[in-house]
Design a protein around this ligand. Structure first.
Ligand SMILES: Nc1ncnc2c1ncn2[C@@H]1O[C@H](COP(=O)(O)OP(=O)(O)OP(=O)(O)O)[C@@H](O)[C@H]1O
Ligand SMILES: [Mg+2]
Length: 446
């Protein structure tokens, strides 16, 4: 993409309404525009990041054996009357009437609808296990939408639902979700810690929230610093192997890590003092086993091998895809702007032309552009007639992890400059070597 032809409406001034860095930077970098409280348009740069995250989520879900589909945003109220949640859900549910006077709602989540799909088409234990998911817009009429996309009213969420014959199978589905979520966040350059969560009125303790540590997070968190050393890396995972998957979950859930809702002072105090950490965190996902809460009232039953009809055991598992864009920025920025992790960056590298209009410099930039594209990389070429300082400021603000600076002086010596946004370190090297370097850096990411 050439910047002169792109739509990147960066703001010079810091918007007064934005209280936290990610919200400020998303507005300043021209990623989003607010249309109403908690409702945003995703401008091209923001949309690109959102799509990158969506793709990572899809890839990791499919890898875990979960099946993608798509349910509508609008749902009939009658489904929710069956589960009893139409009245229970309260003011957060946006209720709509169509021209025929029928009650609809903009879905805040999809347990009822997926249960309806299941009961319409599945009747035998032989069709289990089954996990279906979609990535779709949700609406919750939050009383206090704030922090930009982090607490919106309309937001983009992955929600998946497992259907299993019994508790043990459902627990394997739960564990599979935990591991696939850990992989998902890691690929996004984030560490999200699974923390035992409060299951509320449903009972049982089979729910975990995933929290990204950040000073601006809404939850207070307490954890053993041992947990921040854990990494999946490029471990091969066999998602059909119950013990292997459960073993990874044990690794991640053994060190103490809880939010204020489930915090236990006595357990926390038992950790050696130097490992006891208190911080704040952003909830970027949650997994939940709830057994037959929906299958029973809604009649989602299967016939077992002995001919018995039993309600299926279910769980639901969500990732806040749009919130993650903000969370990643909270964890990756400095005073000049965003610093995208390689796995989610909207463009792989920026090309800055220091002497636009100079035939040789322009030609060198064009060659670099073509060479990067030939490697499957997406460059953003700042080809505007602007001063170098302004071009650098824009690149720093939008946070591409790598910048190649091309100017007549360097070209005389056969070099361009490759700069890391994260460290600020620059290196002069031949253009072909800069391309090769970027190819290697992104090898695991495209
Ligand atoms: N208003 C929102 N704006 C953006 N993302 C959200 C919002 N509400 C929930 N999410 C994301 O969707 C994920 C799954 O939804 P879930 O039902 O667990 O949310 P929740 O626990 O009600 O969230 P919260 O406690 O932050 O209100 C959350 O972990 C979060 O990342
Ligand atoms: Mg939650």
């Amino acid at each position: 993409m050439r910047l002169s032809r792109y739509f990147l409406p960066v703001l010079k001034e810091t918007p007064a309404e934005a209280q936290i860095a990610s919200h400020r930077l998303m507005l300043r970098a021209g990623m989003i525009k607010q249309q109403a409280a908690g409702i945003y348009s995703w401008l091209p740069l923001g949309f690109k990041v959102l799509r990158r995250l969506e793709n990572i989520v899809h890839e990791e879900q499919v890898r875990a054996g979960h099946i993608p589909m798509l349910m509508p945003t609008l749902q009939p109220a009658d489904l929710w009357r069956e589960s009893g949640r139409y009245d229970d859900y309260g003011e957060e549910m946006l209720r709509i009437k169509d021209r025929g006077g029928r009650d609809l709602l903009y879905g805040p989540t999809n347990e009822e609808m997926i249960t309806d799909i299941f009961r319409s088409h599945v009747g035998s234990y032989k069709d289990l296990p089954l996990t279906l998911y979609h990535i779709q817009w949700k609406f919750r009429d939050e009383i206090r939408p704030r922090f930009g996309v982090m607490r919106g009213r309309e937001f983009f969420m992955k929600d998946g639902y497992n259907f299993d014959l019994d508790y043990e199978n459902a627990m394997h589905a739960y564990n599979r979700h935990m591991v696939s979520y850990l992989r998902t966040y890691e690929r996004m350059g984030l560490q999200a810690i699974p923390m035992r969560a409060d299951s509320g009125p449903i009972g049982g303790d089979d729910t975990h929230e995933f929290l990204v540590l950040a000073e601006t997070g809404e939850s207070e968190v307490f954890y053993d610093s041992e947990i921040t050393g854990l990494k999946l890396g490029d471990r091969e995972i066999d998602y059909d192997n119950w013990d292997e998957v459960a073993g990874i979950c044990t690794e991640w859930t053994t060190p103490y890590a809880r939010t204020d809702e489930t915090h236990d002072e006595a357990l926390f105090d038992a950790i050696p003092e130097e490992r006891r950490k208190t911080s704040r965190g952003i909830e970027v996902g949650q997994i939940f086993y709830f057994g037959t809460k929906y299958s029973e009232p809604m009649g989602a039953v299967v016939t077992t091998d002995t001919g018995e009809r039993v309600p299926v055991h279910m769980g639901s598992h969500g990732i806040g895809v749009s919130r993650l864009v903000g969370a990643i920025i909270e964890a990756n920025h400095d005073e000049n702007g965003i610093i995208w992790p390689e796995g989610v960056t909207p463009f792989h590298a920026g090309i800055v032309n220091l002497r636009q209009g100079d035939a040789e410099t322009d030609a060198a930039c064009e060659r670099l552009y073509a060479a990067l594209e030939a490697e499957g990389l997406e460059p953003l070429y700042d080809d505007r007639e602007e001063r170098a300082g302004a071009k650098f400021a824009t690149m720093d603000l939008i946070g591409l992890p790598w910048r190649i600076t091309v100017g007549p002086r360097g070209l005389k010596n056969g070099v361009v400059e490759l700069t890391s946004r994260r460290t600020g370190e620059s290196e002069e090297l031949a253009p072909e070597l800069a391309v090769a370097r970027l190819r290697d850096i992104y090898a695991g990411h495209i």
